[in-house]
Design a protein around this ligand. Structure first.
Ligand SMILES: [Zn+2]
Length: 280
């Protein structure tokens, strides 16, 4: 499953991956992109999204790579080219991420609608066994809370990580963020079904958690510190947004953490769900 980049095109082994060139781009990067933004497509397939990026009725959206549910990959722009995936966005002092970031779209229906006892996509496709969760920035307007989110198949997740590794190797990408980290309250992708900490750990190796393992609470309504790795364990306290945590260990989507107090010393330990925390 190893990918590499040659002359700004993605290869799997010796073969170039499918290329469906977008009509929409912002010319060449002026400064080398060191950030990777992860998205979901809110659509049916990688091919349908790639075709949308070539559709003249599209007001102008594009991304470098789209990854399908079966793990197959379509490239839509070479990696020297600015794509239009981030829109209004901000990361620290960087405003407008398109000019600074590469992009991976993952074919996924995103947030779902309740249909009887189950969940369906905005187009009416029934989704079995969704992740039922509240987004760290609050759910999209009109969605129930918690609401269903389409899960990402493991083969899709692993191929996305392998593509990201190739971008790290070729371009020295140092940071991976979600669209929901840079366009808060406006975008919800890749959302709670995407395990961003596991993704970063897989792409960067241990750097994803070890090394700089300091995180902060993102959930505006606060985050439960629990006695164990699951919602079946009792809540010890509600940690306010921006609480600083040190990661000690990991169990699936759950993190064992020390809660850092005002004097920069650990004041409590427990478990939190990884979706609701982010890098400091
Ligand atoms: Zn997006």
């Amino acid at each position: 499953m190893a990918y590499s980049v040659r002359r700004h095109f993605l290869h799997k082994g010796t073969a170039r991956v499918d290329f469906v060139e977008t009509l929409f781009n912002g010319g060449q990067f002026v400064t080398p992109p060191r950030i990777l933004v992860m998205h979901f497509t809110y659509g049916a397939s990688a091919r349908s999204s790639a075709n949308w990026f070539r559709d003249r009725t599209n007001p102008g959206s594009s991304a470098h790579v789209v990854i399908d549910r079966d793990g197959s990959v379509v490239q839509c722009a070479d990696f020297q080219t600015v794509c239009w995936h981030a829109g209004r966005s901000r990361l620290r002092d960087i405003i407008g991420l398109n000019a600074h970031a590469l992009s991976i779209e993952i074919a996924n229906w995103g947030y779902l609608r309740q249909a009887g006892a189950g969940w369906k996509s905005h187009t009416g496709v029934a989704i079995a066994n969704p992740v039922v969760a509240t987004h760290k920035n609050g759910n999209p307007e009109g969605s129930p809370s918690p609401c269903g989110w389409e899960p990402y198949p493991e083969v899709q997740f692993l191929n996305a990580a392998a593509v990201a590794q190739a971008l790290v190797a070729e371009y020295g990408v140092t940071e991976i963020v979600g669209h929901d980290d840079i366009s808060r309250g406006r975008k919800w992708d890749p959302g709670p079904a995407f395990d961003m900490l596991r993704f970063r750990a897989r792409v960067f190796g241990d750097r994803g958690i070890a090394g700089d393992n300091r995180l902060r609470v993102m959930a505006s309504e606060g985050l439960n510190l629990r006695a164990g790795p699951g919602t079946q364990y009792s809540a010890l306290e509600l940690l306010p947004v921006e609480t600083i945590l040190d990661v000690l260990a990991r169990d699936g989507q759950w993190l064992s953490v020390s809660v850092i107090g005002p004097n920069d010393r650990p004041r409590a330990t427990g478990w939190v769900h990884s979706h609701y925390v982010a890098d400091t």
